[in-house]
Write a protein that binds this ligand. Structure first.
Ligand code: ZN
Length: 282
């Protein structure tokens, strides 16, 4: 999301919102202010908070109306220069049109693959944080370091890393990669880790995010490919050799996702029970 925000910023900051086309019914999560109130305003900056893209309008940083976009798992963002005339295809959410003095027209198309309908957007009045108010600190913040180094959270680390109200912007993939880098079990808890392991975990979370950002910065355009495919070090690679020790990576399957780990590097060689597999053989 960070790299995508940077690309949208480079392409569109300084242009004026000239219109918006609702393409789906459920996408807009706010009633007031109306998106119409953003028309004619200049897009000052595009940034990121957690997994949200944040479009800041107007000149003054502190009190500007904002538009948020959350792509969720299957959401895509196309940069259209010039804007297209179609309805965004199946799964269209919204098209935001931008123009400006002597600048060619451009648009951002938000759309979603599949049938989940989770991609969404918000228009927030100045001073309203909307869903951003629920987010925990960013991984680079001191508050996150404090939590990892001294916290007594009893949940599994994998779970707390994915909880956006605990720390913002870490998904399943980065959680898998961070635990693998830190040599920690997917079932590890903060309460059960010592100071050295906590320090390793903090460094690993920050490192996988920074490395991921470096890779994502090599992309161009919107986000139209299957998101982050082949992007992770170990996430989604069960059955392939561990990049560090060469032993086969394993997985634990849940209903809608799976956790990838290396027994040799992370669990003292112990293979964790795979619930889905266990159910099948019963
Ligand atoms: Zn390994």
């Amino acid at each position: 999301m960070q790299a995508l925000a940077e690309r949208v910023h480079v392409d569109l900051a300084g242009r004026t919102l000239t219109g918006w086309e609702p393409l789906g019914f459920a996408g807009l999560k706010t009633v007031t202010p109306s998106p119409d109130e953003l028309i004619g305003r200049m897009l000052r900056a595009v940034g990121r908070r957690g997994k949200y893209l944040v479009f800041d309008f107007d000149e003054t940083q502190a009190r500007s109306p904002r538009l948020l976009v959350h792509l969720s798992q299957a959401g895509r963002l196309d940069l259209e220069q010039p804007p297209k005339r179609n309805r965004g295809g199946k799964g269209g959410v919204v098209r935001l049109r931008f123009g400006g003095d002597e600048q060619p027209e451009a648009a951002v198309l938000i759309r979603e693959h599949g049938t989940e309908r989770k991609a969404a957007w918000w228009v927030l009045a100045a001073g309203d944080d909307g869903p951003l108010a629920q987010l925990g600190p960013e991984p680079d913040d001191d508050d996150f370091a404090e939590l990892i180094l001294h916290g007594a959270d009893r949940r599994r680390v994998h779970t707390l890393l994915r909880d956006q109200s605990t720390v913002a912007g870490v998904g399943r993939g980065y959680a898998d990669d961070a635990l693998w880098r830190a040599h920690l079990s997917p079932y590890a808890t903060l309460a059960g880790t010592d100071a050295a392991q906590r320090q390793r975990l903090l460094g690993a979370v920050r490192a996988v995010l920074h490395d991921g950002l470096d890779r994502e910065r090599t992309r161009t355009g919107g986000l139209s490919e299957p998101k982050l495919g082949g992007h992770f070090e170990v996430h989604g690679r069960s059955g392939t050799p561990c990049p560090r020790c060469g032993d086969p990576m394993r997985r634990v399957s849940y209903d809608s996702y799976e956790v990838t780990y290396c027994p040799a590097c992370q669990t003292d060689g112990k293979v964790l029970a795979d619930r889905r597999f266990s159910r099948l053989v019963k």
